[in-house]
Structures are given as structure tokens and as C-alpha cells.
Design a protein. Sequence first.
Lengths: 251, 314
Amino acid sequence: MSALAAIFYREGRIRVTNLTFVFWDLFYPLGYLLVFGVGVSAALGAPSAIAGASYNAFFLAGVLGMASFGIASNTAWSFFLDRDNGIFFEMLTYPLSRAQYLLGRMLFTVFISLLQAGITVGLGCWLLRIPVEVARLPLLVLGVAGGTAGWFYFYAIFALRIRRNDVFNSVTSVFYFVFLFASSIFYPLEPLPRWFRWTALANPVTWQVDLLRFASIGAGAPRQILLEALAFAAFAVLSFVLAVRCLGQQE
Amino acid sequence: MGAIALEVENLVKVYHPRRQSPVRAVDGMSFGVARGTIFGLLGPNGAGKTTTLKILNTLIQPTSGRAAVEGFDVVRHPLEVRRRISVVLQETATEMFLSVRDNLLTFARFHGIPSAEARRRADDVLERFRLADDADRKVQDLSGGNRRRVQVSKVFMVRTPVVFMDEFSTGMDPILKRAMMDWLREEAARGRTIVLTTQILGEAEELCDDILIMNRGRQVARGDLHALKLLSEGVYEVVMTFDALPASIEQELAQLAPLRMKINQNTIEVAFKAGEGQVLERVSALARGRRVLRVEVSGASLEDIFVELTQRKE
């Protein structure tokens, strides 16, 4: 427990004493929703109807999914910063196990992503009148937390395996392009070409966003959402196992 | 629990670099280190010192063999080992985005020191390392030397029984280095085991109770300074100062096949491996017909021993 508290202390001090981190960690998804969401909503003509809701309401789950994906990628990138500063290997000699190290980093990332989601949902609902169902908020919290954890472990595998920062940046750029655009973040899948739809359905981003959309505006069939949630859980567990193994192989 | 802090038995570490043949960085090392000792692990670049330390620090796992710290096996009980060690890595390792004080407090937090006690210790360490004026500055704004100072100062925040220091004095000014050596002696007197690697042999000569010299992953000598000097019996160091340096002195010295030689203005420093009588004959030959202001003949320094042992053909 004290090891996890120490990781929280470290990460917290880094955030609190660096205000630019606070902006990117807490407010950028809201900014995305307000700028991109409002822009597309206006372009489609208000009130547009996508999946039975306004584009802003539809896009809220997409923004939350994208934020999970983004914060996980940023935290994994911070492994490179820690490596450059030498502190990465020193931390591996501190009294904590490799699994605790990853768990602590994951929990802090989840904590930040929940704050981020709280701000985005709270202000999004207030400013854009998005009708979020309060009764489903616990599911929304679960979707954000579980999604962030899964993506953190997924990215950690690459951050720990790849030694060069530039290679990691190229990999994340490809991931951003493939995972975010071939998913249900920005558009509903039903009108898409068949090959595109199947690609998106095999994408864990879609699994997480569909759950978040169900939890925020009630869109989607419960049976499919459950299957997608289980698939995402399996993806997260597999990523965790591989990330711990990669951390153990650091030399 | 016995009086042994570190135990290493037949330790082997083989690296497998991509598209290159395997490298046997540590090749069957065995040694033990008593509690409260300042133990020096010496060797030329690539000897395997840092790899040995990394295994003992639980950063990497050995290919075969066994290593234990305070009785705990580094592979089977790494967490127990980490609870008992603090480490200064060869590379500078600091939290760049945190202040100097936060670096100390964070380190203490990881080692489970209560907040109030950590603050008290941090104040003490900041004073001791002359970092108090920079306490609230971010480490990224400090010079390289001060970053290293922050890194080294962290091990004084905790009371772990074993401290590993890989080239601890790199980038440290001479005054602080001297003070550090005194503090390390104090820590050892309190029962902490200090394990250090260094390229600066004078440092090891002055500080270490027990020295292990390794080369190509293997132990080539072990013991305290006195024992090592006995190993290198027959090595003499000669210092001669002339009123004017003879023009042919470099050639004359080269003909005597010295282990090493250095010429500085009118002074020559040369190390020979020869019998005492032969060395005195050489000194008198060098002095013949010349005005010599000073002559000193002494036994081998650690540097002589190191050079001799690590250059020996296997």
C-alpha cells in the first residue's frame, strides 16, 4: 500500500508543480468537445440526429474514449522521459515490485482520467445540454477507469519494448490514426462500408466507446455492449500480463 | 542473520546483443562482503562491475549462479532485497520536474519514511550537501554537478543496511568529494555496508576496507590494500626531481621497461617491477652525472597493482 501511495505522491507532485500538465490532463477533452463537437454539430445542422441523439451527445462518449486513449499514451511516453532522466532504472531499485510499479502508475492515470471525465461530462452537460442519464453514471465511471487501465497497459508494452523515443512516437502516430479513426468515436458504424464496419468492430476503442455511449446516452444493444465489455476486459488483462513481462526484461 | 551483507556464488551474466555474438559480462564471480565494510569493486571499462552491481540491485537477473543481499536471494526475493538497499546509479538519475526538496521527500516516501521524519531528514541532507539555497528549485534548472549531488544525497535520506554507489564521485567537486568520503566512513562505522565502483583508484585506496579487482567478468585479485600490495610484490614507484630535466631521460626510461611513467617539468614518476637492488641500481644510473634535488622510492600504489593485474595475459 505504501508503495502505491508513494507513486501517487510522486505523480501528484509532478502534476501539481507543473501547471501545463494540469491543463493537458484535465481540460483538453472538454476543449475537444467544445471545439470539434460544436463545430461538427453546427456543420451537420442543429439539431442533427445521430443514433437518436444530438452530435454533441453522441460525441461525448467518443471524447471520453479518446481521452482514455490519449492519457494512456502520454503516461507511457513518460517512461521515456524517466529513462532519459535516469530515474526509471533507479525507481526499479525502490522497494516495490514490478507489478506494483505498473499498478501504481495505472491507478494514478485512471485517477486523472476520472477527474478529466468528471470535468468533461459535468461542463459538457451544462454548456451543451447533453442529456446524460444519472443512473448510468457508475457504468460510465467503470468504462472510463477500465478503458484507461487497458490502454495504459497496452501502451506500456510498446514503451517498455521500444528503446528509441522517435520510434515510439511513430508507433503512437500510427495507433492514433488506426485506432481512433477506425472506430465508433466520431461516427456511427451502421452507415459505413462493410469492411470499415468490421475493422471498427474488431477495434478495442470501439468496444470501450460503445460501452461509454451506452452509459452516457443509452445508445446500443445491451447484449452487444456486454460482449464488447468482456472483450475489452480480456484485452486489458492480456496487456497487463505482457507489460509486467516487458518490465521484468528491462536491462 | 550472519555478519555477511553480500554473497555471490558462481555468478554469470551473458548478454545476447542483436546480430552480435553473446557477451559474457560476468563470468563465474564468487565473493562475500562483511557488514559494515566499504567494499570497492574495481576494474577497467567493460570489466563487468556495473553488471555485477545491477544484479545485486535486482535491476537484471543473472544467467546462472546466485547472489544474495542481507541473506535474501536477488532472484527469489527481489522485494526484500530492495527494502534493504539504496542505489546511486552510474548515470545521473533525478526527478527533473520536481524541486530538490521534493526529490528527497519522494525518495523517502518510497522507502516508507513518515512525512515529518522525511522533512526533518531532508533539511539535514540539504544543509550537508550545500543544497539548501536550491531546495525549492526544479532539478531541471540545476547544473549537471548539482543534479549529481541531488542524486547522491538521496541515499542519506534512508537507513538501508546496504548502499550501492556506481562511480559516485563523477561530476563532484573535490571539497564535496572529500566530505562524502568522511560521511561514507561514518555510515560504515554505523554498520552500513557500502559497495562502490570507481575508476579513481586514489579514492578506493583511501576509502575501501576491502577491494576486488575484476577484469573481463572475472575476479583477478581480492583483499585489503595491504594484501593487494603483497600480491604485487616487486613493484616500486620512483619519483626523482632534477634541477634540469635531462634531454635523453624519456629514452633512458623507456629502455628500462617501466610499468608506467610520467614526466612533469623536472620530475619523473616511474613504476618498475624488479628486485629492490635492481631498482636502486636504476635510480643511481638515472642520477649519475646529474644534479638530483629529490628521490623517493616507495612500494606499489593501487594504480600500479591495478594496471599490472588487469594487463596480465591470461
